[in-house]
Write a protein that binds this ligand. Structure first.
Ligand code: ATP
Ligand code: MG
Length: 420
């Protein structure tokens, strides 16, 4: 037997109702906030990710699914959606549309990481981006939206962590300072962080190893390095959050796994998820659109990890309603009628299932029961001869004989009237 790939999960029939339900919650709120949906390809040129996420990031260094296609081009399964969104924004000249432009997309992302609870190799994100607005008001609005979406799915006790990464100007002296700090305790850091200290010191702060995190407790934060503009922007962001009654924690060592972020960054954590407790994360990336060849465009966004959101979700119980009617045909003639009748009643809006013949009445009743059907319509040979069928309520056991001429008019309302 050929098995699926490690870290690539099948989402089975009993799981999909919760997925669809969550996606609907997200879409509903996103539309209310003025967002439009886009659907983007899953494959992009490798270069797009190398240039946007950053060469010296975990994602680009070791997590991407990259291959050379038959025409010799290096392609990559998208590890995240922002890069593709920015590419599409530039390619289709979306900067001429009214600003800010609010876009979202929902779909699978791919990263070659170690699979564990809340961490897969194919996972899914709700990705949300706003182009063309520099105000910290949008940052706060997006944080509010992320919290609203997560809560609408049933998540509780969410924790918001925020920080500012400043701009390239103020980050430079900070990076030098942090590099000094890291190099001073080089021997106690993991191999990755030793390398990061040289190449991309900020990335070290995102290391998942406890031993490294312990070393970073005294690490300098960026806040004291922020330039005036960045400091004001961060100040405004926090004021907007307070104004909206949104509680937050400042984490001066919060960084993100992608290089394109500037100024605002945030993560939303949920209790009970173990080590992978960040459900949503995002931030501002004012330099990315121009870095990828587009016009100077401030932008900010976030992504919700669907799998982790699902772990916090509380979908309603009855997402996949049972059939209202099960038609139990006995014999060939009855089967022909059953198929026709099922089609007809479904057109009227009734949830109907039937059987395709060859089973005993006992087996059919058992099946109807297993499906949770409310009513069974028995079409037996005897009934066919007399032009009648038996309608039976499975929970009360109450039953009634109906002439065929009445069957065509069965609808949910009439079913109820007949039996009660
Ligand atoms: P982490 O620190 O957990 O690796 P990240 O910083 O790499 O997360 P982002 O790139 O910011 O994650 O992606 C945003 C969200 O997507 C995460 O908060 C998480 O919910 C989800 N996510 C990221 N990687 C995975 C994965 N491998 N499997 C499942 N969900 C993921
Ligand atoms: Mg990661």
């Amino acid at each position: 037997m050929i098995k699926g790939i490690r870290g690539f999960k099948d989402i089975l029939p009993e799981e999909t109702p919760a997925w669809s339900w969550l996606e609907s919650r997200a879409r509903e709120l996103l539309l209310r906030y003025g967002f439009s949906e886009v659907r983007l390809p899953i494959l992009e040129r490798t270069e797009l990710f190398a240039r946007s996420i950053g060469e010296a990031t975990d994602i680009v260094e070791k997590e991407m699914y990259t291959f050379v296609d038959r025409s010799g081009e290096s392609l990559t399964l998208r590890p995240e959606a922002t890069a593709g969104m920015v590419r599409a924004f530039i390619e289709h000249g979306l900067h001429v549309r009214p600003r800010p432009l609010r876009l979202f997309t929902i779909g699978p992302m791919f990263r070659h990481e170690r699979p564990q609870k809340g961490r897969l190799r194919q996972f899914h994100q709700v990705d949300v981006e706003v182009f063309g607005e520099a105000s910290a008001g949008v940052d706060a609005e997006l944080v509010a939206l992320a919290l609203e979406i997560l809560s609408a799915g049933g998540a509780r006790d969410l924790r918001l962590e925020i920080n500012s990464l400043g701009c390239p100007e103020c980050r430079k002296p900070y990076r030098d300072e942090l590099r000094k700090f890291l190099l001073a305790r080089r021997d106690r850091l993991c191999e990755d962080c030793q390398r990061r200290a040289e190449r991309n010191p900020l990335r070290a702060l995102d290391c998942k190893k406890e031993s490294c995190q312990a070393e970073f407790r005294e690490a300098p934060g960026l806040s004291s390095f922020l330039c005036e503009d960045c400091r004001e922007h961060y100040q405004a962001f926090r004021e907007y959050l307070r104004e909206a009654g949104i509680r937050f924690e400042e984490n001066i060592r919060l960084v993100r796994g992608l290089d394109y972020y500037t100024r605002t960054i945030f993560e939303i954590k949920a209790p009970g998820l173990g080590a992978q407790d960040t459900v949503a994360a995002g931030g501002r990336y004012d330099g990315l659109v121009s870095a990828l060849g587009g016009p100077e465009t401030p932008a900010v966004g976030f992504a919700i990890g669907m799998e982790r959101w699902l772990l916090t979700a509380r979908p309603p119980q009855d997402l996949r309603p049972a059939p209202e009617l099960f038609i139990a045909p006995l014999g060939e003639e009855a089967l022909r009628r059953a198929l026709w009748l099922a089609l007809h009643l479904r057109r009227k809006g009734l949830r109907v299932e039937t059987d395709y013949g060859g089973r005993s009445l006992k087996a059919l009743l058992r099946q109807a029961d297993r499906l949770g059907a409310r009513m069974v319509l028995i079409l037996g040979e005897e009934e066919l001869r007399s032009g009648r069928a038996i309608l039976k309520d499975l929970s009360s056991g109450f039953q009634q004989v109906l002439p065929f001429s009445d069957l065509r008019d069965l609808s949910n309302r009439i079913l109820i009237e007949i039996l009660f």
